[in-house]
Structures are given as C-alpha cells and as structure tokens.
Design a protein around this ligand. Structure first.
Ligand code: FAD
Length: 467
C-alpha cells in the first residue's frame, strides 16, 4: 500500500477511532514498519540531534553519555533526593578528573577549548540525571563565564582553574529575599571604606549555599547612578564569613544545598572584583548565556529520559487486549513530545551556534530557555500519564523528574521574564528593519489604500472639541 494511502487512513482513523484503524488498514506490516520507524527515531537519538552535530560534537556527547552511564552511582541520586546528602562533591570531583567541566574554556584554565554546541550536547546527557546534578555540572560554566571573560589572570588561576578541575565548588548569588526577577533592584551593598569594600546583604536560593567554597556575589557599589550601572560582581570566599541562615526544603532539585546566605560586614578588595567597579551589568549579561542555555539543554535531557521510559512501558503494558501504544491517545503523546523536544534542541543549538560567533544572542537564548524548559516539563508530564498510576509512584523515576523539571520554568530567570526579553528583542528587530528590503505584504489586500481606516489612536477629546 502506498504511503499516502496509509497517511490518509491514519488521518481518517484519528477521527473515527482505533478499532476502525486496526481493521481498515490491511497492509499491517507496512504500517508496523512505519510505526516502528517513528518509535525508534523519536526519543533516544533523534535524527535532528545527529544532523546538527559535527563529528567532534558527537564524540564529546558520547564521552559524557558514557560517563553518565558508568560513573554516577545511583545511590548518589537517591541520597540527594531523600535529603541525606547536602552536596554532590564526589560527582563534581569525578567530572573534574575526567576533564568534563567547562568544556568551552581554554585548555590552560582546565577546559577543552570546545564550543557552546559541544557543551549543550554534554549538558543534555547530564540532564538525564536530574536537575540537581545538571546544576552542579552547569555552575562552573555559568560562573566560569564571568571569570573567563572579565576576570584577571590571578582570578583565573585561583578560581577558574581549580573549579574546572573539580577542586573548588562555586555558587552564585543574584536572587535576594526581596526578589530575583528585578535583579538590578538588588539590596546587597558593597560600600568602599578606604581600600576595602564592606559587603552587607542576603542572597536567597543559592545553589551550593551549603557546599560551595566561594560565591560570585552581585552588590550595589554606586548609589546615585542608574541601576544597570550600579552593580559590581565580587568573588567571595565562604571562609571570609558567609553564613547560611536557611537551607530550603525543596520540591525537587534536592541535594544541591540551596540556601539563604547572609553577608555581614564581609571585607573584599579591588582584586576580588570581576570586571571592575560597576561592571556588574556586563558580567551579568555574559553569565546569563550559560545560565539559561544550560537550563534549556538540561530540561531536554530530563524530558528525553522520561519519554524513553514511557515509550518502553507503553510498548509492554496492555489494556483492552493490546499494547497501550496502539491507542492513539497514548502514542500521539509520544509524537507530540518527541517533536517538541526536537524543536527545543533545534532552538538550543541555534542559540549555541550564535553564541559561538560571539554575536549578541539574548533573544535566541531566552527562546531556547522558555521552549526547552516547557517542552521538557510537558514531556515528563505526558510520560507520567502514559504510565498511569504507577507513574505517580517512586517505582519509576518520572515523579522525581517531574518535581525537578518544574523548577526549570521558574529559575535562571523565570519564563515570564524570558518572554519579556524575547518580545523586547523582537520589537527592536522588526521596528528597526529597513522597510524597503522586503516585499510590503501589508499592501497585498484590496483595502490597503483605505488609510482613513488605519486608525491607531485618537485623542479622547477629538469630538468634544468640534461639538
Ligand atoms: C531550587 C532553586 C535554586 C536556585 N538557585 C539559584 C542560585 O544558585 N542563585 C541565584 O541567584 N538564584 C537562584 N534561584 C533563584 C531563582 O532564579 C528565582 O527564584 C527566580 O529568578 C524568580 O525570582 P523570585 O523567586 O524572587 O520571584 P519574583 O521575582 O518575586 O517573581 C514572582 C513571580 O512574578 C513574576 N514576575 C516578576 N516580574 C515580572 C514581570 N516584569 N513580568 C511578568 N512576570 C513577572 C515571575 O515570573 C514570577 O512568576 C534558585 C531558585 C530555586 C527555587
């Protein structure tokens, strides 16, 4: 039977039900192979995934995939999730020893000199371990970006190098009890007293608040200028007096030591500044690229892991005398989730490729973050549904992935904030475009000449004046 006839049958039967679908399609083997092809392509190693990566990017992905398969003890994941463990030191150390941290940083600081796409492929693999270990893997990339781009040689030797070797643990302090979305409204201050800065403030939800050796802390250093010219980024060692006041009980992302830390009269010097005084805006913008891209790629890993479990389950579980994957109500979830995850991967690689060119990529990064975190969460949600009640238990890890992946929508800049950024960039792009470069499609309509109908606003007293 020709493929187009099968397509027609598939279309028709989606309207009239599975029973008719099975009876009407006579060339079952052909359909079987079509179905089989869809099922094996859509999850584990999608075609798009392969086509978009170079051989070197595939090699690093495979290396990280093997590390994730062989070197991460299941007991680590379970003890973190059950709150027995506060920080996964051994994971970071093992990653460092395998030279897998901060892949895109220069070799002389412990990286491998690879690109953003390699790092995204790696993060997706680590993502299958859940958001906490994904976060432990990502933080050196995020904080490292600030140090590598804006730090001094001394800072790179003392902080970046040991971080990428897995010998020093880092954390970042942006969010405050007062709020995280309004980053530039920060209340933490660093006041200059002679040659020293004195830092006072609090940072909330700091991953590694318990566990990190040092923090990148944003504080206000200018008190009269505009907010985006008023912040500075400081490297602050825990042993300079950082106190943990609250370790949060979290829905997911457990075992990463997320805490509220307090900085009370902590002294810092000019040499602790990353990027100089009041350069916080530049450091922040640079760090937001890995911050959001790692969230995005990690979310794809989590979604993929859940979907693979659900595909295998639905290929075995039976109801009404047949495998549940034969019901379109089940298998169409696979189609939708796999498509969304592949689309997310496309956005992530696109943003990563643009980041590799050094071009401004705020829109692309935010698009990838929004889409991938929502696609990942949705894939996990639908996978849980495909498993029925057992998906809601800890017999399968989907409930943990569900709890973990929900965070992706909120952190590293909430998805509402990402949408604000995207619309802002899109308006800038379209409104600054020269009109003559493209066809003026607005005119391709019979009423185009009716300029009197093209009313965009009018004064409220328009008629009052003439009355
Ligand atoms: C487990 C965990 C780990 C974290 N790790 C870190 C970390 O290591 N370092 C760190 O600095 N932070 C960290 N965060 C903080 C996280 O990034 C923030 O929670 C997040 O940015 C939101 O800030 P907020 O919680 O203060 O919410 P708010 O800023 O108070 O926002 C509340 C709600 O209002 C919405 N909102 C706010 N402003 C707007 C607007 N202009 N338009 C539309 N909607 C808006 C938000 O989207 C959100 O839905 C972590 C959080 C968690 C839960």
């Amino acid at each position: 039977m020709a493929d187009d006839i099968i397509d027609l049958k598939l279309g028709l039967t989606s309207m009239i039900g599975h029973y008719v679908f099975v009876r009407e399609v006579r060339h079952w083997e052909t359909l079987e192979s079509l179905l089989h092809g869809v099922q094996s392509d859509c999850c584990g190693g999608s075609v798009m995934f392969e086509v978009l990566l170079t051989d070197s990017e595939k090699r690093i992905r495979d290396e990280v995939r093997a590390f994730v398969r062989d070197k991460v003890d299941r007991s680590l994941i379970l003890s973190m999730d059950s709150r027995e463990k506060e920080y996964p030191y051994e994971f970071v150390k093992a990653l460092g020893q395998a030279n897998l941290i901060g892949l895109r940083f220069p070799k002389k600081y412990g990286g491998r000199g690879l690109g953003w796409v390699s790092e995204m492929a790696a993060i997706e693999e680590v993502g299958v371990l859940g958001i906490a270990l994904g976060c432990a893997y990502s933080l050196p990339s995020i904080i490292g970006e600030g140090i590598n781009k804006f730090g001094t040689e001394e800072q790179k030797r003392n902080y970046l190098l040991p971080t990428l070797r897995g010998e020093k643990i880092c954390g970042e302090g942006l969010t405050e009890p007062r709020g995280g979305s309004d980053f530039f409204g920060t209340n933490t201050v660093a006041v200059k007293r002679g040659e020293r800065f004195v830092i006072n403030g609090e940072k909330r939800f700091v991953a590694g608040g318990v566990g990190a050796d040092y923090f990148l802390i944003y504080a206000k250093t200018e008190f009269t200028g505009p907010p985006h010219k008023s912040l500075s980024a400081f490297l602050v060692n825990r042993d300079s007096g950082v106190k943990v006041e609250e370790e949060y009980e979290l829905m997911g992302c457990r075992g990463m030591g997320a805490a509220r830390i307090v900085l009370n009269n902590i002294e810092a010097s000019e040499t602790d500044l990353v990027g100089g005084p009041n350069a916080g805006n530049d450091v922040f913008n640079a760090m937001m690229v890995p911050e959001r891209l790692t969230s995005a790629a990690g979310a794809i890993g989590m979604g993929r892991a859940a979907l693979e479990i659900a595909v295998r389950y639905s290929d075995k579980r039976e109801a009404f005398g047949q495998k549940i994957c034969r019901f379109e109500g089940v298998s169409f979830k696979v189609a939708d989730c796999a498509t969304q995850l592949d689309a997310a991967r496309g956005l992530v690689y696109h943003a990563a490729k643009k980041a590799d060119t050094g071009a401004w990529c705020r829109k692309e990064v935010s698009q990838a973050k929004v889409f991938a975190t929502e696609a990942g969460f949705q894939a996990i949600h639908e996978s849980m549904q495909m498993l029925g009640g057992i998906g809601y238990t800890n017999v399968y890890p989907i409930e943990r992935l569900f709890r973990d992946s929900r965070l992706g929508i909120t952190w590293t800049g909430s998805n509402e904030v990402q949408r604000l950024i995207i619309q802002n960039e899109v308006y800038k792009e379209i409104l600054s475009e020269e009109r003559g470069l493209k066809r003026d499609v607005e005119l391709d309509t019979p009423g185009a000449h009716k300029t009197a109908e093209k009313v965009f606003s009018e004064p409220a007293d328009k008629y009052l004046k003439s009355s």
